[in-house]
Design a protein around this ligand. Structure first.
Ligand code: SAM
Length: 357
């Protein structure tokens, strides 16, 4: 661990403990050269977003990257499922803006994993359109949603999203999702010192009152502008200490090795808080993810410096076997870890909203 400008940065597990061999045969399950099994695919189905959150966007509206047809996303996702993907999360941009979303979810719900089971289907949304879409999404086969909320105070919330009335609208969406059974319902909150860190204790109460799992996420250098500094990150230890002062926390055991959140409940067992600490306590060594951008590029890490044009190969006439081989080779080259906070760190060419968080 080393300290930089006040925040303790731990070198991710991957650096120290991963072997450097490439052994996985083609056409088997996706495994990278460090032996990590990849079973989690995140797919951005649009680059557009109806919010302009101050820590994410510069304020310019409009997409930067194209979208594929729904049938094309489906074809690409099927290739990954053939290679052992068991969980698909739809994201964006804002995925609820995407025409054809319900058709895509319906088709995905019909796919089976290599074990013959239904895929685990989740979606990450800002919740703005969730009130009317929660029940149809559940009926189409979606299992769960994660709603992004960066404040529980309406004025702060709207200052962040830059959309008037957004707090009430999103709260309605959260309640509709819970009523529709899109559970366990998670709320993601990105904390930035001086922006919304005064919301921490309010979120702890919100988790209990609304019966949701609130997950605080450390801010990563993935914004469109240049806001990130080590000081702006509110680290896990500080969040736990602050909540613990008002409502004592009890840590919950990990459910699986690749779980990114450290989970806590309260002393009376009501409510759940999770903390995702990619900066202060990186979990790259247990990463099981790969991403597909809205324009069909594979990203093997949020911080990848290169993208892999899967869609370009599909358009060029590659057959499924060739595409699967390409995916396999690409995943073999997955990065060991990110380098946030290190002198050699380079921001990726796409920001979070254009990768798909
Ligand atoms: N529009 C959807 C939403 O709001 O959830 C999906 C896309 S959004 C980019 C996905 C998540 O990434 C949101 O929870 C957002 O707060 C988070 N996010 C955006 N920029 C981030 C950053 N620099 N560091 C950490 N999380 C970030």
């Amino acid at each position: 661990m080393f300290a930089q400008n006040g925040i303790a940065l731990k070198v991710p597990m991957a650096a120290a403990s991963l072997p450097a061999t490439r052994t996985a045969p083609l056409d088997s399950r996706l495994t990278d050269s460090y032996g990590r099994v990849i079973h989690d695919l995140r797919v951005s189905i649009t680059d557009r977003c109806n919010y302009k959150c101050v820590y994410c966007r510069t304020g310019e509206a409009g997409a930067q990257y194209p979208e594929l047809g729904i049938d094309e996303y489906l074809r690409l996702i099927k290739l990954f499922v053939d290679l052992g993907i068991t969980k698909v999360r739809l994201t964006g941009g804002e995925p609820l803006l995407r025409r054809g979303l319900l058709d895509l979810v319906r088709e995905l719900a019909g796919l089976r994993t290599l074990e013959g089971e239904k895929l685990e289907l989740a979606l990450t949304t800002n919740g703005h359109l969730l009130d009317s879409l929660a029940a149809p999404l559940k009926a189409a086969g979606l299992d769960r949603v994660t709603v992004s909320m960066d404040a529980v105070d309406a004025a702060t919330f709207e200052r962040i999203t830059r959309i008037e009335g957004s707090f009430r609208t999103v709260l309605g969406g959260v309640r509709a999702a819970r009523a529709a059974g899109l559970t366990p319902l998670k709320i993601n909150c990105v904390l930035l010192r001086g922006f919304n860190d005064d919301q921490i204790e309010g979120f702890a109460r919100f988790a209990r009152e609304e019966n949701v799992a609130v997950r605080f996420i450390e801010f990563m250098p993935l914004e469109e502008g240049r806001l990130w500094t080590p000081e702006i990150v509110v680290p896990l230890t500080e969040i736990v200490a602050r909540i613990g002062r008002v409502l004592p926390l009890v840590e919950l055991p990990r459910r699986e090795a690749s779980e990114t959140a450290r989970r806590y409940t309260f002393a009376d067992g009501v409510g759940e808080i999770g903390i995702i600490a990619p900066v202060s306590q990186a979990f790259c060594g247990a990463c099981s993810r790969v991403r597909l951008t809205s324009d069909g590029k594979i990203r093997t890490c949020l911080f990848s410096q290169v993208e892999h044009d899967l869609y370009g190969r599909l358009r060029g006439g590659a057959d499924d076997q060739e595409l699967r081989t390409y995916i396999h080779r690409t995943v073999q080259g997955k990065e060991a870890r990110h380098h946030i906070g290190e002198p050699e760190f380079l921001k990726p060419s796409r920001s979070m909203v254009h990768i798909g968080g």
